[in-house]
Ligand binder design. Structure first.
Ligand code: HEM
Length: 339
């Protein structure tokens, strides 16, 4: 359900409402995510001489990518045609979606073809739905496990109102922001971030040298559980990132939430918060992802009472550097009005 909700939201932002309402397209777009994961896992263990051939064969056999590609190609071609007509001074429709954004990001000297634009879009689609839905799913589990946070979160959402949330561009709801950040701290989906290959010799502040061609990355899962950076790191403290002055005003005595970071911070912050990567390459989708996750979680919080069907059951598994939620974990939702 979380994947579907995130996929629908992303589809509207990426491709516009028409495709988001197209059932065959949406089903392929969602299957594409799992099929990409399976294909990537197979390809990575194959010798490089045969990997592209087998990868293409598998992708063709699984099929979702082709439906996505065939649906997006005419749109990309139409947009390129509009761009050419605009250059001739003709009036063309204005578009505010990701197809347009990707097209405008292409290098001016050598603009991308429709084929390249569609492949960029498909890669972006895979990454954005996959990581946003798994991160939101963990936050949903945490709302069930730490139900003492529900009431202050409901108060915040209902007293702020959706209109003000919209007006803030997704920046409102600071308590929910902190709760999501704590959830991602305790259960980051990716244990590794900021993967970089050295192009010239590079020295770290502790004297370690990275030679050209060598890879280096950061370890957010370890950093986020390190007592040097997070007081009482094993403890879930939903409001640890909130400005203490604001917390006093908004919440009185939420049980167990005695720990705050020295400096308040936001979910979208970067630097030592490695969830989004580093510097110029840090995730440009983080503001959008945060606004989408807040919207989704705030809807769950205000519309339902929630609990895990079996709070003791394992909720996630590790696969290489990832930790994924089990699809089988059931969350019981009771509409609030029916309580
Ligand atoms: C919870 C959700 C998300 C997480 C945790 C996440 C995390 C990341 C990370 C760690 C990177 C690599 C940064 C680096 O190497 O320094 C990245 C890159 C990227 N992300 Fe996200 N991301 C999320 C959602 C999204 C969404 C929704 C979009 C698009 C709508 C998006 C678009 C991108 C793009 C385009 C890049 C490549 C940036 C570049 O190489 O310059 N991400 N993301």
């Amino acid at each position: 359900m979380v994947i579907e909700a995130i996929a629908l939201t992303n589809a509207a932002a990426f491709f516009g409402k028409d495709l988001a309402c197209n059932k065959e397209f949406m089903s392929a777009a969602m299957n594409f995510i799992e099929q990409t994961l399976i294909t990537a896992e197979v390809v990575r263990v194959l010798p490089s001489a045969i990997a592209p051939f087998i990868g293409n064969l598998l992708a063709k056999k699984l099929g979702a990518g082709k439906i996505l590609y065939d649906s997006l190609i005419p749109i990309a071609e139409e947009r390129l045609e509009e761009k050419a007509r605009k250059r001739l001074g003709q009036t063309v429709p204005e578009h505010h979606d990701c197809v347009q954004w990707v097209m405008e990001c292409s290098p001016r000297s050598k603009p991308w073809s429709a084929d390249r634009i569609v492949h960029e879009l498909m890669a972006l689609w895979f990454g954005s739905v996959h990581i946003t839905s798994t991160t939101a799913c963990f936050a949903l589990h945490h709302l069930c496990i730490h139900s003492e946070y529900i009431e202050p979160l409901r108060n915040e959402i209902e007293s702020t109102g959706w209109a003000n949330f919209d007006k803030s561009g997704g920046k409102a709801f600071p308590l929910l922001d902190s709760f999501m950040k704590e959830s991602a701290r305790v259960n980051p989906v990716e244990s590794v971030s900021s993967r970089r290959m050295a192009l010239k010799p590079f020295e770290l502040s502790d004297g370690s040298r990275i030679e050209p061609g060598e890879w280096i990355c950061t370890a957010p899962r370890g950093m986020m559980a390190d007592a040097r950076y997070y007081a009482d790191p094993q403890k879930f403290q939903g409001f640890r990132f909130v400005d203490p002055n604001l917390l006093d005003k908004k919440v009185s005595g939420i049980s167990g939430d005695g720990v705050s970071q020295e400096t308040p911070s936001k979910f979208t912050d970067i630097t030592d918060w490695q969830l989004w990567g580093t510097g110029r390459s840090a995730c440009p989708g983080r503001f959008y992802a945060t606004a989408v996750m807040k919207t989704l979680l705030a809807l769950f919080i205000t519309k339902y009472d929630m609990q895990l069907e079996d709070p003791k059951a394992a909720r996630y598994f590790a696969w290489r550097t990832f930790v994924y939620p089990f699809a089988s974990t059931k969350v019981v939702l009771r509409p609030r009005s029916a309580v």
